[in-house]
Design a protein around this ligand. Structure first.
Ligand SMILES: Cc1ncc(COP(=O)(O)O)c(C=O)c1O
Length: 396
């Protein structure tokens, strides 16, 4: 138990967070994370999961996992460089490369780990990274870990990117210069300006790196944001996760054969952490096959997203700049946002409030994550509740 000093320090820190309303109490879900969820025996319409296509809970995906567990066991045994690659990992990576239309792919234990592995394997102390200011935490941490000079670019501001790329080149200080961004920004649902990024990257000889965690399975008919803009051959490094639309756990990097070979010898989480479980690899492979062969799933997701966006807009809500199935309802004031969230919850709708520091001060929001499996009745109920609460709180 140590000296109890740490316990006291942490207890005080937790109390401080609680006093400021910044301590996140985590709900326990009784059962699967589907279109509805149960908490304390009460059912909610779920607008919080990244299970966009319902694959986390689909029978054939579950069966693929169970079959692999029976064939390979529950654990991979060791890191792949020591113990060898299980055939199911190789099959998953071949499926990903085909899905992304790249020469090769490599699977990691999570999307977060992909960035921890890849950014430091590609750039180091003598290099620079141009990084969108709203990039995901795992990109920020991967950039810091690399030791490269981090040059923050204004969010989606291509003039700023161009100016900073030019400045970095003209300074002559750096070896490699890389541009990195999310494919879909998860707090606003806006999409990276891939054509402009490619144009600027070509002009200045930048390495391009897109982390499409939220775009894979939702954009480009499921194949992702880079595919949406037909830019597969122009983006050097495509990262994705197996935990959101794919519905399982894990992440991947897709790109040239050389990139993947390099990550197998320099991606530290690949070298020093046990690989994905065989069950997860098999389930993810099955999910990707489903995304490729059942386009109606992605179509249904968009139909649901478009319905909710249209209805919320008509009610007078500010849904920001989203062009994806992420539907933020921007309330602004943090306390009002929390009150709004609680009222949704009282009405059996589960959509999380997101406030500073995750989003800028004064832009508190409730984020609605759509799923293909949400029924018309569920979404009509959501709209009814939004109308009722909006009027009560004088937001609409
Ligand atoms: C852009 C981006 N990268 C990485 C991740 C992390 O993915 P994972 O949950 O697979 O670790 C996320 C998840 O929110 C993300 O949005």
């Amino acid at each position: 138990m140590g000296t109890n000093n740490l316990k006291k320090i942490l207890s005080k820190s937790i109390e401080e967070l609680k006093e400021k309303g910044l301590y996140n109490e985590i709900d326990v879900l009784e059962g699967a994370n589907g279109t509805t969820i149960k908490i304390n025996d009460r059912e909610f319409i779920n607008l919080s999961a990244n299970n966009y296509l319902g694959l986390a809970t689909r029978e054939d995906v579950k069966e693929a996992e169970i079959k692999a567990v029976k064939e390979y066991g529950v654990g991979a045994g060791a890191v792949r460089t020591i113990n060898g690659t299980l055939k199911i990992h190789k099959e998953l990576e071949e499926t990903i490369a085909k899905f992304k239309k790249t020469e090769a792919a490599i699977a990691f234990q999570s999307g977060f780990n992909c960035n921890m592995a890849t950014i430091p394997a590609i750039v180091g102390k003598s290099d620079a990274i141009l990084s969108d200011e709203l990039n995901h935490a795992s990109i920020i941490d991967g950039c810091r870990l690399s030791g490269a000079k981090i040059i923050r670019c204004k969010h989606q501001d291509m003039d700023d990117l161009r100016a900073k790329a030019k400045e970095a080149i003209d300074s002559g200080l750096y070896g490699k210069i890389m541009y990195i961004s999310d494919g879909v920004y998860s707090m606003d649902g806006d999409v990276a300006k891939i054509p402009e990024i490619v144009e600027i990257a070509k002009e200045f000889g930048l390495i391009t790196y897109i982390d499409d965690a939220h775009g894979s399975g939702t954009m480009g008919k499921g194949a992702g944001t880079v595919k949406e803009f037909n830019a597969s051959s122009d983006i050097d490094i495509q990262v994705g996760t197996l935990s959101k639309a794919v519905g399982v756990v894990g992440g991947y990097v897709a790109g040239s054969r050389e990139l993947i070979d390099w990550l197998k010898v320099r991606g530290r989480p690949f070298l020093f952490s046990t690989s994905l479980t065989p069950g997860a690899a098999a389930a993810a492979k099955k999910s990707i096959e489903i995304i490729s062969s059942e386009p109606e799933l992605v179509e249904k997701l968009w139909e649901n997203a478009n319905f909710l966006k249209r209805e919320l807009k008509n009610l007078g809500y500010n849904i920001g700049v989203s062009t994806t199935p992420i539907v933020p309802v921007i309330i602004g004031d943090e306390n009002k946002t929390q009150m709004f969230y609680k009222k949704l919850r009282d009405n059996n709708i589960y959509a999380k409030s997101i406030v500073f520091p995750t989003v800028p001060l004064g832009t508190g929001r409730v984020r609605n994550m759509l799923q293909a499996g949400h029924t018309k009745e569920m979404l009509e109920e959501v709209v009814r509740v939004y109308e009722k609460i909006g009027k009560e709180l004088e937001i609409i």
